[in-house]
Design a protein around this ligand. Structure first.
Ligand code: ADP
Ligand code: MG
Length: 314
């Protein structure tokens, strides 16, 4: 189901949480909303869900104006960072809850719950209570619960934000796989790394407005503003321009137009980050592969030349 957001605006007293947001979310896409804290991501998700009403603008789902439709009638599944399960219910009962409320037959509920538990890889845990599950398992339960009602749209607000990096990475892969199986239109609020990894469309927000949207690679390669450039990946300033550190290279001091002295080296195993103080007093950092780095035998205080990699072809 496609979603069209048209001129959405939401104020809280003096705060302009969302300002004149217009965006298209394609049917079956996995769209990530990203931006700094307070940029209006959660508010935008609440406007799509109907948990908040816009001051102005419309939310259209599959051609139908849903702006004034109650959240219960929007066919949307939600999952938030701090999902609060029913603690007195086991996993299967938690997942079944939405179906019970909708008065589906018991037989149908049982079948659907086992399907969902298999989908989120929690088959063996049906009788466990939330307190007996790990953080990652609880978030998978939350997703199963959101999916139980067969929503037309799935809204996820930093669903893995509270988990450690390893579990997060696992769940990220799992979410991408799950989306590949179900193709339910999904809108995910997340950070830039997760967004670049899982999403097929990005919406970048700043101060309540959309600053750029489109496919991740296009935004990474052709950011519309310095803000998007800096937000979507590592960046440094070179000759007054925001630049990706891996688009720069170090050469011998005689080869580079721009010369400088190495002030620090950070080795991260597969890469090295070399900071150079340039002759004009500014600093820039360059990302080298481990092989490039060791081939040059670089040390702090060495004099080097810095240039853009594409200069080599020129
Ligand atoms: P994000 O999810 O990007 O961090 P939010 O959408 O939660 O941002 O918030 C956007 C702005 O709106 C923030 O300045 C926040 O403080 C404000 N805001 C959000 N919800 C409310 C609310 N219920 N009442 C008052 N201000 C709010
Ligand atoms: Mg938020």
């Amino acid at each position: 189901m496609s979603i069209s957001l048209s001129h959405l605006t939401k104020h809280y007293a003096k705060t302009h949480a969302v300002q004149d947001v217009t965006a298209e979310i394609a049917h079956g896409s996995l769209t990530a909303i990203l931006g700094p804290s307070g940029s209006g991501k959660s508010t935008l998700l609440k406007l799509i869900s109907g948990l908040e009403k816009p001051d102005e603008g419309t939310v259209t789902i599959d051609g139908e104006d849903m702006t004034h439709v109650d959240p219960r009638h929007r066919d949307i599944g939600f999952c938030f960072q701090h999902y609060a399960p029913f603690r007195h219910m086991n996993l299967a009962q938690n997942v079944a809850f939405g179906l019970k409320v909708r008065k589906r037959p018991k037989k149908e509920i049982d079948v659907r719950v086992s399907e969902l538990l298999a989908l989120v890889k929690l088959e063996g845990k049906a009788k466990s209570f939330p307190a007996q599950l790990s953080g990652g398992e609880r978030q998978r339960m939350a997703l199963a619960r959101a999916l139980a009602i067969e929503p037309r749209v799935l809204l996820l607000d930093e669903p893995f934000g509270a988990l450690d990096a390893v579990v997060r990475a696992e769940l990220r892969h799992w979410l991408k796989e799950l989306h590949g199986q179900l193709h339910v239109t999904t809108v995910l609020v997340t950070d830039q790394q997760e967004a670049m990894e899982v999403a097929d469309q990005l919406i970048v927000m700043r101060a309540g407005r959309v600053v750029q949207s489109g496919n991740p690679l296009a935004l990474y390669e052709s950011p519309a503003t310095d803000f998007v450039h800096e937000f979507l990946g590592p960046s440094t300033i070179f000759e007054g321009e925001v630049t990706r550190p891996h688009d720069l290279e170090l050469v011998s001091v005689h080869q580079g137009q721009v010369k400088g002295r190495i002030t620090s080296i950070v080795s991260l195993g597969f890469e090295a980050q070399v900071t150079v103080e340039l002759s004009d007093g500014t600093s820039t950092w360059v990302q080298l592969s481990r092989n490039e780095f060791s081939a040059m035998g670089l040390r702090v205080a060495h004099l080097v030349g810095v240039r853009r990699r594409e200069d080599v072809d020129a």
